[in-house]
Design a protein around this ligand. Structure first.
Ligand code: C5P
Length: 244
């Protein structure tokens, strides 16, 4: 794989406290990163201005707000995500088929109205912070984690979604049930030269995740906390580019 191809796979988690911190990173990294993920922390602090600020520097945005509500409410949020011009956003597959279908329909019709491309819409299946015990004892789900992940990924696909967020361990099973046109976005990435996994439990290196079939890898702290974020991103790109 070339470094240019590797860049198309890298998504930076903008888990920072302010627009100015985000903009500093976008400026340094926009030539190395394909997507900038804005999640709860930055969006709760700064709101849609954070999205507009990243876009003003040419960055494409993955809005990671994991919508999960009644279909009508999620449809309204999906239309607003379209109005913000985000490249990608996500919903919880646990909201059910009707919620996911309605989100896709609302995004599609708003995109037609605005004459803009419809965002890529992906689903969260089972949060990677949950394990088999929690699934059974707290959520009363009588399936293994892996069965539940593939069930919800298939439901997301049948509901018209474009892909899922998945841990590196789930990529192969999801490819098996949802095929190769289905986008898989994978957090929990730790480069081989980093010793701590922070709070991530099931990690993979950038090359491992892409080799297993991830379309995008989401990387936060290995770049955000690096002394030289650009050099850390370059090293990650080289790690991916060694793949054939
Ligand atoms: O710093 P780190 O590389 O662990 O950041 C991973 C990012 O991916 C964070 O923004 C986190 O919220 C997000 N994420 C995750 N696991 C999921 C879904 C999203 O780590 N299952």
């Amino acid at each position: 794989m070339t470094t240019e191809d590797a860049k198309k796979r890298l998504c930076l988690a903008l888990d920072v406290q302010s627009i100015s911190d985000a903009l500093r990173l976008v400026e340094i990294l926009r030539d190395r990163v394909s997507l900038f993920k804005i999640g709860f922390q930055l969006f709760t602090k700064e709101g849609p201005s954070a999205v507009a600020a990243v876009q003003s520097l040419g960055g494409r945005v993955f809005l990671d707000l994991k919508y999960h509500d009644i279909p009508n409410t999620v449809a309204g949020a999906a239309a607003e995500a379209v109005n913000m011009g985000v490249y990608m956003f996500n919903v919880h597959a646990c909201g059910g088929r009707q919620m996911m279908e309605t989100a896709v329909e609302a995004a599609a019709s708003q995109s037609i109205k605005n004459n803009t491309p419809r965002p890529v819409i992906i689903a969260v299946t089972v949060l990677t912070s949950l394990n088999n015990g929690m699934l059974a004892n707290e959520l009363n789900v009588n399936k293994t984690l892996s069965q539940q992940v593939t069930h919800l990924a298939s439901l997301a696909k049948a509901s018209g979604l474009d892909g899922v967020v998945a841990s590196p361990q789930e990529i192969t099973a999801i490819r098996g049930c949802c095929g190769c046109g289905f986008t898989i976005v994978t957090p929990g990435i730790r480069p081989p030269w980093i010793n701590e996994s922070d709070d991530q439990k099931r990690t993979a290196t950038p090359a491992e995740a892409i080799g297993l079939g991830a379309d995008y890898i989401v990387v936060g702290r290995p770049i955000l906390k690096a002394e030289d974020p650009a050099a850390a991103a370059d090293k990650i790109l080289r790690d991916i580019a060694q793949l054939r």
